[in-house]
Ligand binder design. Structure first.
Ligand SMILES: Cc1cc2nc3c(=O)[nH]c(=O)nc-3n(C[C@H](O)[C@H](O)[C@H](O)COP(=O)(O)OP(=O)(O)OC[C@H]3O[C@@H](n4cnc5c(N)ncnc54)[C@H](O)[C@@H]3O)c2cc1C
Length: 402
């Protein structure tokens, strides 16, 4: 019996059906729809996995759970996901940044594939039917109470109920003896009140270095300036690696941005000198240093306290110092966070030391299995969260069927 009709639950059910052809397998989903997160994932395109086929490398993209996943990826990794879908008629394509999507660019393709495979395997599917409680029977198996008031017995139970955003959502596992690592959000964007930054909403910069002052958190990558602060891959990765630390700071902390991580200060100072000589009459605000977008450059010049009408010939040593500070060490204060609409996950969940990662079976309650985001595993954006669901679901299903 599988509680939760998401990516992990479906993959587990199908792997179980392949292993034990005679088994009676049911998926119970508490909401009215199966695979609702698959549907909205990747902006409706479903970023199924990531084109990185080295298990060890892949595992480095998980702020929590990476180490536990290495051996699991040894049995079922991104390459296997690609083959699994392809053998069922769904081709995946790779985008420039390594993310993999169905060639149809529609998450419905993935949903149709999983639903169709379940129907063919004779797996029973029930929506609007949550698992309310599970009691371990002394002679093995579980007595289940459903949200519709029904009761039933099962030999093996998989909890694939998704992220425990609140401790209450992990109650089923706790009632069977497990402990939850406290849930906090991961993959969020930063609120920054600095007015000049907000005037640049919509501008993205391909490579910056973002670091949280007085911590070891830093990331290099693209950022997007938004109406409320900063977003983009570098910020989302920072939020994932810092999920616990930033939560402890109540999402209020100083952030430093190096807008030119591929240049050093001496090179930029030499460039300023060359401009003093070669274009002394040109306005500083009008001559950005590549690769900065011109509007961002203009705001950085003003934030450095330089006048709008300052010419290169008039740039003093003190002014140059101020500008270099802004370019390499812009200081902001993050005052809060927002959900990233494209993808978010919960950091925290079932304590990993209580689960056998060869089988995904509980080390505390035999016959109980776990898969997907209910575990204390979360990845950065890019298909890593689904891959963890496919892998742990597949392992759990195989073990439940054998
Ligand atoms: C907007 C958004 C976009 C995303 N895009 C991507 C992406 O492109 N790529 C990627 O890798 N990851 C993405 N993710 C993350 C990814 O969706 C999740 O990590 C993944 O869905 C986890 O799968 P799961 O099966 O463990 O949980 P879920 O997909 O959350 O499924 C769990 C299911 O269990 C049900 N349930 C809960 N409690 C019970 C109960 N007691 N009884 C029965 N049923 C229950 C829930 O209703 C739910 O349907 C995205 C997340 C969001 C929110």
């Amino acid at each position: 019996m599988i509680a939760g009709g998401g990516a992990a639950g479906f993959f587990a059910a199908l792997a179980c059906a392949e292993t034990a052809s005679g088994a009676e397998i049911s998926i119970f989903e508490k909401s009215s729809q199966f695979l609702s997160k698959v549907k909205i994932s990747g902006g409706g395109r479903c970023n199924v996995t990531h084109a990185e086929f080295d298990a060890r490398e892949f595992s480095k993209r998980y702020p929590r759970g990476g180490r536990a996943l290495i051996s699991a990826f040894g049995k079922f990794q991104a390459r296997d996901t690609v083959a699994w879908f392809e053998s069922r008629g769904v081709k995946l394509k790779v985008e420039g940044d390594g993310r993999m999507f169905p060639t149809t660019d529609s998450s419905q393709t993935i949903i149709d594939c999983l639903l169709d495979a379940c129907r063919r395997a004779g797996i029973k599917l029930k929506t609007n039917c949550g698992v309310e409680s599970a009691i371990k029977k002394p002679d093995g198996g579980f007595e289940i109470t459903l949200s519709n008031g029904g009761h039933l017995l099962c030999d093996k139970l998989l909890l694939a109920t998704g992220g425990c955003r609140t401790p209450a959502l992990g109650q089923l596992a706790v009632s069977l003896g497990h402990q939850l690592e406290p849930p906090v959000p991961s993959l969020f964007t930063f609120h920054i009140d600095t007015p000049w930054l907000r005037t640049l909403a919509g501008i993205s910069v391909d490579r910056v270095e973002a670091s949280v002052t007085e911590s070891k958190l830093w990331e290099t990558g693209a950022v997007l300036i938004t109406h409320w602060g900063l977003s983009g891959p570098a910020i989302l990765r920072l939020s994932a690696w810092g999920a616990r630390e930033l939560h402890a700071k109540n999402y209020s902390f100083p952030l430093q941005i190096n807008w030119l991580p591929d240049l050093d200060e001496k090179t930029v100072a030499a460039e300023f000198q060359s401009r003093r000589n070669s274009q002394p009459a040109r306005l500083v605000v009008n001559s950005p240093i590549a690769p900065l977008p011109s509007r961002l450059w203009e705001q950085l010049v003003l934030a450095a306290g330089l006048a709008n009408d300052l010419r290169w010939s008039g740039l003093s040593r003190a002014g140059q110092h101020q500008l270099i500070q802004q370019l390499f060490r812009s200081e902001f204060h993050v005052t809060g966070k927002s959900l990233n609409k494209d993808e978010f996950v919960t950091c925290g969940g079932i304590r990993l030391s209580e689960v056998n990662f060869k089988t995904m079976e509980s080390r505390i309650c035999p016959g109980l299995f776990f898969a997907g985001e209910v575990l204390d595993i979360d990845g950065i954006t890019g298909g890593f969260n689904f891959q963890s669901a496919w892998t742990t679901g597949w392992l759990a299903g195989k073990a439940m069927g054998s």
